[in-house]
Each structure stands twice: as structure tokens, then as C-alpha cells.
Ligand binder design. Structure first.
Ligand code: DX5
Ligand code: ZN
Length: 217
């Protein structure tokens, strides 16, 4: 099933509750919540207090994308603070520590994902594929909204979809960065079924039409 996950990084933080209610009414399926620590990525965004507030404001599932160093340190905290899904980066720690993070996320009753930066090959996800509920393929360098989609990530999406079809067919593939109607179509054709969108949807004067256009409608 195709799901649209607006990233609140591009929302008006003065009115976050209203912004999230608006995208829900406009047809979004998930809220994408980008956490940056200024170390794993060269930027700092939002964290636990904002997640707790957002949890009180929306019934939509919250998809937390941890762009932080050694995410196992915080996996349980984000689960306990309102996340429905937590993704950690394969580059952010050892395989063992990331497997532990995924285990803890599942023990907290949430779904878990692993993410790959653009320079990381699909094979790096192999130890996690059977265990994850979602694989996040970054289609920009993580750290900032508003960048251009990297088309050379499309073969990685296809390779992961083929491998998942063999060993974990229920696992979703999410793409994040530079999604607009044209790049959404490319990503869907390559095998992605969860589309993160920040600037495209939040800057659109007609967000319902923008979300529908990402679905190819
Ligand atoms: C980038 C973030 C993205 C970003 C997407 O590090 O993970 O979620 O906000 O924004 P757009 O859609 O503007 O590329
Ligand atoms: Zn993200």
C-alpha cells in the first residue's frame, strides 16, 4: 500500500498542531519526524519534547527518523515518547548495536526501520532486512530539507525490493528527500511504497492536491 509521510521539518512550528491536522485532512498517512543531532548530520532539529507534544496533537502514526549517532542510546526513549515507528541509520553504529536498537524498538511494541545514506550500498542493509518493518533509502544527503532527488538511488531501491520480496515481502521501502510528483513516480516504479515529502507538500497552496499528485492521481 502506498503511504504519504509529510516531514514536519518543513511545517510552520508556530502552529505545529494545526499543520499536522491540516495534512491529515489533506490525505497524509503518517507524520515523518526528523531528529538531527548536529553530529551524525551537520544540523540540529527536534527531539523528545516536541515528539511528546505532537503525540498529544495527532492520531496519525508518527514515523521517527533518527539521524543521530549511536541511536541505541535513545531508541526506547523515542518509543516511550510517542513514536509508532523508529528508523535508525546503518552508518550510525555497529551492526550489533543497531540490531540491539531494533530489538528494543520491537520490545516497546513499535515497528522498526534501518536507513541508508546515499553513499551506503544496499548490501549494508542485509543483516537487518529480515527483522525490519521498513527500509529507508535516503535520496538526498540527510541533514536538510529542500534538496534535489538523487536519481542514482533508484537501482538501490529496486535491488532492496527484490531482496525483500525473497526474504521479507511485508517490509516497506520508504524514500526521503526531494520528493515531488515526478520523483515520486520514479521512486514508486523502482519499488518504494512510503514517500516522505517535506517542502513539496508544505509549500503547496493546495496540500490535498499535492498529496494526491504524489500518489499519481
Ligand atoms: C532530510 C530529512 C527529510 C527532509 C525531506 O535529512 O530526512 O525528511 O525533511 O525534505 P524535502 O522533501 O524537502 O527534501
Ligand atoms: Zn527524514
Amino acid at each position: 500500500m502506498l503511504k504519504i509521510a509529510p516531514s514536519i521539518l518543513a511545517a510552520d512550528f508556530d502552529r505545529l498542531g494545526e499543520e499536522v491536522e491540516d495534512i491529515r485532512r489533506c490525505g497524509a498517512d503518517l507524520v515523518h519526524f526528523d531528529v538531527m543531532d548536529g553530529l551524525f548530520v551537520p544540523n540540529i532539529s527536534i527531539g523528545v519534547p516536541v515528539l511528546k507534544s505532537l503525540r498529544r496533537e495527532t492520531v496519525m502514526p508518527i514515523d521517527v527518523h533518527l539521524m543521530i549517532d549511536r541511536p541505541v542510546r535513545f531508541a526506547k526513549t523515542f518509543c516511550a515518547s510517542g513514536a509508532d515507528h523508529v528508523t535508525v541509520h546503518v552508518e550510525a553504529d555497529t551492526v550489533e548495536a543497531n540490531l540491539e536498537a531494533i530489538k528494543q524498538i520491537h520490545e516497546m511494541g513499535k515497528t522498526a526501520g534501518i536507513s541508508l545514506k546515499p553513499g551506503t550500498p544496499a548490501t549494508a542493509a542485509e543483516p537487518f532486512l529480515k527483522l525490519c518493518d521498513m527500509i529507508l533509502v535516503m535520496t538526498v544527503e540527510p541533514g536538510f530539507g529542500g534538496q534535489s532527488f538523487m536519481e542514482d538511488m533508484l537501482p538501490k531501491i529496486t535491488a532492496l525490493r527484490q531482496r525483500l520480496d525473497e526474504i521479507n515481502p511485508a517490509c516497506d521501502i520508504e524514500v526521503d528527500g526531494g520528493i515531488n510528483p515526478e520523483t515520486a513516480m520514479l521512486a514508486r516504479r523502482a519499488g518504494a511504497n512510503v514517500l516522505v515529502t517535506g517542502s513539496y507538500v508544505f509549500s503547496s497552496p493546495d496540500r490535498a492536491a499535492a498529496i494526491a499528485s504524489l500518489r499519481g492521481l
